[in-house]
Design a protein around this ligand. Structure first.
Ligand code: ADP
Ligand code: ASP
Ligand code: MG
Length: 440
């Protein structure tokens, strides 16, 4: 059995959704098809939710109407059968009525999650109608029936496994299952989600839960590239990556994969393939336990990083000191990405500054605290990169004119990370493309 996940652009236009139907029927293998919302929908829902939260109900209503119009046009082009068109209109009415009704309800975080779930609910239902029109046997498996988060908001893979296998057992004769990416139930039994871009994570969790032969992530590019194609013009796809390399790239900003999407597949040793819906015959990227080769494979960048330096005139790094500092971060559930130390200071970076004020207040017990906001982490990733000859010379030659704030080397053998001001990110990625990959 395999998992095939299609992202927003892959289902974002009626002709694209029709292509997806072709791809899922291209072989006879049993599969679970995981769909994102149509591209632009989740962004629109985030906006609508924000408007409702801030009391701008008439602007929210206008935005809801605009979105509904997109869907009305979408079904006109997707379907030809009149009775299926009526069924599609009913589905739209149901979801857009829900959005309109909530305009009258007072805003809450649970309501926000309900709003954000509408995109995947719509895309999967419309896709199933198209499969029905094409007389392709299939079954919709609602993700809310088997995806669950624990009290720490971590996916409960054991429970997902049990629930999903029961559902599959009940439908043994079905070849194509369709389900929603991104959405899940949380520990309170409410609708929740796996954070933006979370459909990749859903696919990997499902693949792990059913011990799939492969987890295919179909998107709008032919695999993981060596650099961020949104910033650097000339980039090339990477044929093979290890789970560790892919996880580092995903975590440190390669948008093609959700930051947490590799670990379930890695843990259950399910190969992941990154494939292009616009060019299905392209090789893409195969991600397995084996890296294929050593040395630099790719660079990625992560924005919105805050650096925190704690400096003391006392002997700061006396034993027990780091524990106390880390406990402050633990208390505020804030994870640290990079860390460097000296005799009198320790610098760390965080990517979530909602508790920054509290962190500063508590850290000030240990010394003066300096904050640099709007930083970026640029990560250079490759199997055993730290053992690669001349890597540091090449790296620093390439970025000689970039003001580097922190360097992390040796934490993992597959990653070297730099902290730089966000304003230097594009320049750094261009310089590394030239200096490390010879691409200009
Ligand atoms: P989907 O909607 O299919 O989930 P995403 O937009 O989330 O697609 O991810 C695909 C996009 O990721 C690509 O269009 C590309 O612009 C961006 N991207 C960023 N870094 C990389 C990279 N290193 N390799 C490939 N794509 C990347
Ligand atoms: N639709 C969600 C988002 O836009 C999840 C996803 O596309 O992976 O973030
Ligand atoms: Mg994505």
């Amino acid at each position: 059995m395999k998992v095939m996940k299609f992202g927003g652009t892959s289902v974002g236009k009626p002709h694209r959704m029709k292509e997806v139907a072709k791809l899922v029927t291209a072989d006879d293998e049993k599969k679970i098809v995981v769909l994102s919302a149509l591209s632009g929908t989740t962004n629109a829902l985030v906006e609508i939710s924000g408007m409702i939260a801030s009391g701008e109900r008439s602007t929210a209503k206008q935005r809801i109407n605009e979105l509904e119009l997109i869907y009305q046009n979408f079904i006109e082009e997707l379907l030809t059968n009149e009775s299926l068109k009526i069924a599609a209109k009913k589905i739209l009415a149901e979801h857009f009525e829900f959005l309109t009704i909530i305009l009258k309800i007072s805003f809450s975080e649970a309501l926000n999650k309900d709003i954000l779930a509408q995109g995947e609910l719509l895309s999967t239902k419309l896709f199933c109608l198209y499969l029905e029109e094409q007389e392709i046997p299939h079954k919709l498996l609602p993700a809310l029936d088997f995806m669950t988060l624990d009290i720490q908001d971590e996916p409960q893979i054991g429970t997902i496994k049990v629930k999903l296998s029961q559902l599959l057992q009940k439908n043994k004769d079905i070849g194509i299952f369709v389900t929603q990416g991104y959405i899940t139930k949380n520990a309170k039994g409410e609708v929740d989600n796996l954070k933006r871009g979370g459909s990749d994570f859903s696919a990997s969790l499902i693949a792990a839960a059913i011990n799939a032969d492969v987890c295919e992530i179909w998107t709008d590019i032919d695999g993981m590239h060596n650099n961020d194609p949104r910033i650097v013009k000339i980039t090339r796809p990477i044929e093979q990556l290890s789970f560790e390399e892919a996880a580092e790239l995903a975590y440190f900003g390669a948008k093609i994969l959700h930051p947490a999407s590799i670990w379930p597949a890695q843990f259950y040793n399910v190969p992941v393939k990154l494939l292009n819906t616009m060019d299905p015959s392209a090789k893409g990227t195969l991600i397995t336990e084996h890296a294929g080769s050593t040395g630099v494979k790719a660079v990625a960048a992560k924005d919105n990083i805050t650096a925190i330096k704690i400096k003391s005139s006392r002997m700061l790094l006396a034993y027990g000191f780091l524990r106390k500092v880390f406990e402050v971060f633990e208390k505020y559930k804030t994870s640290i990405d990079m860390i460097t130390t000296s005799e009198v200071a320790v610098s760390v970076t965080i990517d979530n500054d909602i508790y920054l004020k509290d962190l500063i207040r508590e850290l000030e017990a240990y010394g003066t605290v300096e904050i640099d906001t709007n930083q970026s982490i640029v990560s250079i990733v490759g199997n055993e990169i730290t053992d690669t000859k001349e890597i540091m010379r090449k790296l620093f030659d390439a970025i000689h004119d970039i003001p580097v704030r922190m360097v992390s080397y040796g934490g993992s053998r597959h990653n070297i990370s730099l902290l730089i001001p966000r304003s230097y990110k594009d320049q750094t990625l261009h310089a590394l493309n030239k200096g490390l990959f010879g691409l200009d």
